[in-house]
Design a protein around this ligand. Structure first.
Ligand code: SF4
Length: 466
């Protein structure tokens, strides 16, 4: 499978790419499948089974709501976040759901949406959809897997696309014939050495296999604007986050403090860290509230890359629009290597695959816009992951709040330091990016299931929910 930068950066909604965005895409895809094969009028009712991690932390991550919305025909990149609560309330009140907005069927959650403790064989985030006729005979069934970062595959391992996807890897014959194909860090460096291009320039050329240069630029800027919008909304929103813990939103207060005492920055050279923390927390509070964010490369880790990109834009004098494009393309090149060789799923490899990968992508991207060579970029990305190895996923209460929000801030700060360390060197280093990715995957496989997005270990069992 070839991966585009726009597969890694997808505009969606919170709080989780694997538990919200992926299930919404899968549910809609099932309804489309039934519509295309049998016709929706053949359906009397549907049932949905959620397995493994989707069952364990699905309610906290909004999987139940995502499934209802997907069956009703909504898409994560198009739905207005303000429409979600009314749409869910309507289905729950009337106990009726209109498949693809067209064909009403009864839907009583305790009967039709079933949480199974076991896992399906391909991945911890499994789902099974069933459609029945008026006699109760099953007339259609499909299994899907939400494999992280909003990517969905079917039981045959084939990628399931959001219908909104137009020109892209799978729409264009699985991305055959890219001018600069690479799957590993070594291959990326070899391509750079052979062509004299930077990772961002290679990525731009590959993207033009699917869409024009102007379209690539337009979509990159749309990603950037959505990230900036999430920071702005997060900095303006007060109150508490959804869920029984009533976690207080902190970004607005921090933003007010930082904005009202700019002279403090002159006395404290590390005050820049406060701003980076703010950017990350603002995005992740928006994500936790179910707002509009960019999956980067997951929703749980959606704050790291915007925070480091805001650092570049707001604190580095050389920042410009070309640099924003370079940043996102370089981050995408690094993310592709993780997607191709490891995992972006907290349910599969722990938080290494979410905040760890985001940190690695951001570190390489920042090194690129600060003038790093391809070797220094690869080194920065490697450092960004090396010091996240072993990081577990243990969201308290199954919510993408604690430790996720602060963890993004820590990931962003770590990425900035990784870039600076790499830029002080010459790019030569002992542990390659490929070796650290292999280690991350092995570490994830060895990690006990209770530390992989099940909320059965770590902080999740040592913090009492109120
Ligand atoms: S701990 Fe990390 S992987 Fe787990 S939900 Fe939070 S951000 Fe995602």
């Amino acid at each position: 499978m070839s991966v585009s930068v726009f597969d890694l950066f997808k505009i969606g909604i919170g709080p989780s790419s694997s538990h919200t965005v992926g299930p919404m895409i899968a549910a809609r895809q099932f309804a489309c499948h039934v519509q295309g094969t049998l016709g929706l009028t053949a359906v009397h009712h549907v049932t949905v089974e959620l397995f493994g991690s989707l069952s364990a932390t699905g309610v906290g991550h909004g999987t139940d709501k995502a499934v209802l919305l997907g069956l009703a025909g909504h898409e994560p990149d198009h739905i207005d976040p303000d429409q979600i609560q009314p749409a869910i309330a309507d289905i729950r009140t009337r106990q009726t759901l209109a498949l693809l907005g067209e064909h009403p069927v009864p839907f009583v959650e305790k009967e039709h949406l079933l949480f199974r403790r076991k896992s399906l064989p391909l991945h911890p985030n499994g789902m099974a959809f069933h459609a029945f006729d008026a006699q109760g005979t099953e007339i259609a069934t499909r299994e899907y897997y939400s494999v992280g970062g909003g990517f969905v595959i079917d039981a045959a391992g084939e990628r399931v696309l959001n219908s909104a996807a137009t020109a892209g890897p799978d729409a264009a014959g699985h991305g055959q014939g890219l001018p600069h194909p690479f799957r590993t860090g070594a291959e990326l460096l070899a391509q750079c050495q052979a062509t004299g291009l930077t990772p961002a320039q290679l990525m731009a050329a590959n993207e033009q296999h699917w869409r024009s240069s102007a379209e690539v630029r337009r979509q990159l800027m749309a990603i950037w604007k959505t990230m900036a919008g999430a920071v702005q909304r997060g900095c303006a929103s007060t109150g508490t986050l959804p869920g029984p813990m009533h976690v207080r939103r902190r970004a607005a207060e921090l933003h007010h403090k930082l904005s009202s005492a700019p002279e403090a920055a002159l006395r404290d050279p590390l005050s820049m860290l406060d701003w980076v923390n703010l950017y990350a927390m603002a995005v992740n509070e928006e994500n936790a509230a179910g707002g509009r964010v960019v999956t980067a490369p997951t929703n749980g880790a959606a704050g790291v890359i915007p925070a480091v990109l805001h650092y570049y834009v707001n604190f580095l004098p050389s920042a410009n629009e070309d640099g924003i494009a370079t940043f996102l393309l370089t981050a995408g090149a690094i993310g592709i290597i993780y997607k191709e060789n490891a995992s972006l799923s907290g349910a599969e490899v722990g938080c290494q695959g979410e905040v760890g990968v985001a940190c690695s992508m951001a570190a390489g991207a920042l090194a690129a816009v600060m003038g790093g060579s391809p070797e220094q970029i690869e080194n920065a990305a490697e450092i960004g992951m090396e010091h996240n190895l072993g990081m577990t996923c243990d969201p308290v209460g199954g919510l993408v709040q604690i430790p996720c929000i602060e963890r993004n801030a820590m990931g962003a700060i770590k990425a900035i330091n990784a870039a600076r360390m790499a830029l002080r060197g010459d790019g030569q280093h002992v542990v390659s990016l490929d070796k650290v990715i292999k280690t991350m995957m092995q570490t994830g496989a060895d990690m006990k299931i209770k530390y992989k997005e099940t909320s059965r270990g770590g902080l999740a069992v040592n913090v009492v929910e109120c």
